[in-house]
Every structure is written in C-alpha cells, then in structure tokens.
Design a protein around this ligand. Structure first.
Ligand SMILES: Nc1ncnc2c1ncn2[C@@H]1O[C@H](COP(=O)(O)OP(=O)(O)OP(=O)(O)O)[C@@H](O)[C@H]1O
Length: 237
C-alpha cells in the first residue's frame, strides 16, 4: 500500500491563484520524499493538503488507503516556525500527546542528542536544540507519516547538517514515510530517496536519488551528484 495516493489535486485559493492543478502523485511507504519547487509554486499548499489542514478544491488524497478528511495522529508535522510549548520542560514536550512509553521517550531524547537536558525549559535551549525537541516529539508520537515544511531553513549550516543526520538516523530506525518540503537543492540531495519538483500546478520532475548514505560532504566532489544538482537547478528556473 502507498503512504499517499494523490489524484487530480487542485487548489484554487481565489480566481487566478491556483497553485495546484490536477496533480497526481504516489508516495510508497517508507520513502523519504523531498518536494522542491520555486517560491510560491504550491509546496506548502500540497503539504497542508496532505496533513488534512486544507481541503482541496478538487481531487482526492488517500493516506494508507483512506481518504484524508482532516488532521490525524497518523500524520505528524514539523514546520519551519515550530514553536514548542514554552511552559513544558524538554521531557514533557517530547511526551506531549505521545503514545510512547517513558522508555521510548527517553530513547528519542537520546537520539536527538538532548540527554541530560530533560528538565530544561525551552527558553534555556538554542534554536537548533528546540528543533531537536520538535523532532523527538514528532517521532515519539509514532505517526506513520511525517510531513516537514522547511523545518531547518532558519538554522545555520552546521546546525542543519547535524539535524539532517539525526532525522536520517531516526528515519532509518523507524521506517517512517517522510515528505519533506525544501527550496534547497543540496538539502534535498542529502536527504531524499526521491525528489519531485512541483511547479505550474503539477509535478515537473520526478527523480530517484540513489547515492549511498551518509551523503553531505561526500557528494560535493561527486560528478553524478553535481550533474543532478545542475539538472535540478535548471528545472527550478
Ligand atoms: N491562504 C491563502 N490564500 C490565498 N492565497 C494563498 C494562500 N496560501 C498561499 N497562497 C498563494 O498560493 C501560492 C502558493 O503558495 P505556497 O505557500 O503553497 O507556495 P510555496 O511553494 O510553499 O512557496 P515558498 O517556497 O515561498 O514557501 C502563492 O501564490 C501564495 O501566495
């Protein structure tokens, strides 16, 4: 079964503003899919539809075979502007609404590198650490699918690289499906099994990414990776 089956997805906000038009896409279970696209071409709109936060004008989305009719605990979300509750300590933030046991919560806190900070308040953490709390919390909630909308775009390069490693480790460990929106070609090449470019209403390009992991710096000098980067940048124009 596919994590998502999207058929004829159209979103018209108002006459003349139709970021998605008749878009079709299947996302297999367990895939790490990155959605790339020029600014304003409907990436966040697509993700909001997948989350069930936005009702499409036309079309159908099925998640694990069932029509998406609203938000659901089986689909976890991490957004760029994620504000974690400031009145909950790290541990309670990660456990919030969670289906995990104490032991599992402790495991996810360790996995994101926040062991020893369980009793800290969010205001005592850096922006990157707060993002780590949000990542631990979404995995602790144990959804089938994670939807991430430019979650790391406000962070500096080093912090972002560390978070990429963490998310990839957790993804490999848990086998979740991830749909990750980014406008950053290098971020997509580092993370994805597959990259789709959304533009002019539909899927403009759909490419598998098969470089062995870990990638990141290893790919800087790789000829094939540079060819892919150039091709993606060209499609984004
Ligand atoms: N609630 C809304 N009402 C009206 N128009 C909207 C609304 N949300 C988004 N839009 C418009 O729909 C288009 C697609 O927006 P969307 O946020 O999906 O693009 P994006 O690809 O995620 O862009 P970015 O990379 O800049 O975040 C844009 O023209 C945007 O102005």
């Amino acid at each position: 079964m596919n994590a998502f089956e999207i058929r004829g997805l159209t979103v018209q906000y108002q006459p003349g503003i139709t970021p998605l038009k008749n878009l079709d896409l299947d996302v297999p279970n367990g895939q790490f899919l990155c959605v790339l696209g020029p600014s304003g071409q409907g990436k966040s709109t697509l993700l909001r539809c997948l989350a069930g936060l936005l009702v499409p004008t036309e079309g159908v989305i099925r998640a694990q075979g069932k029509p998406v009719e609203g938000p659901d605990a089986s689909r976890g979300m991490v957004f760029q502007q994620d504000a974690i509750p400031g009145w909950l300590r790290v541990r309670d933030n990660v456990a919030l609404g969670s289906r995990s046991t104490d032991e599992q919560v402790a495991h996810f806190i360790r996995a994101v590198g926040l062991e020893g900070r369980e009793k800290d308040w969010p205001r005592q953490l850096s922006g990157g650490m707060r993002k780590r709390v949000a990542i631990a919390a979404v995995f602790a909630n144990d959804p089938d699918i994670l939807l991430m909308d430019e979650p790391f775009s406000s962070l500096d390069h080093l912090t972002r690289t560390g978070l990429h490693e963490t998310v990839l480790q957790l993804w490999e460990e848990t086998g979740k499906t991830i749909v990750f929106v980014t406008h950053d070609v290098d971020e997509a090449i580092t993370l994805a099994d597959r990259i789709v470019i959304v533009g002019r209403g539909g899927v403009r390009a759909d490419v598998p990414v098969t470089f062995p992991r870990p990638r990141g710096e290893n790919l800087r000098m790789d000829v094939d990776a540079n060819l892919l980067r150039a091709a993606l940048l060209e499609s984004l124009k």
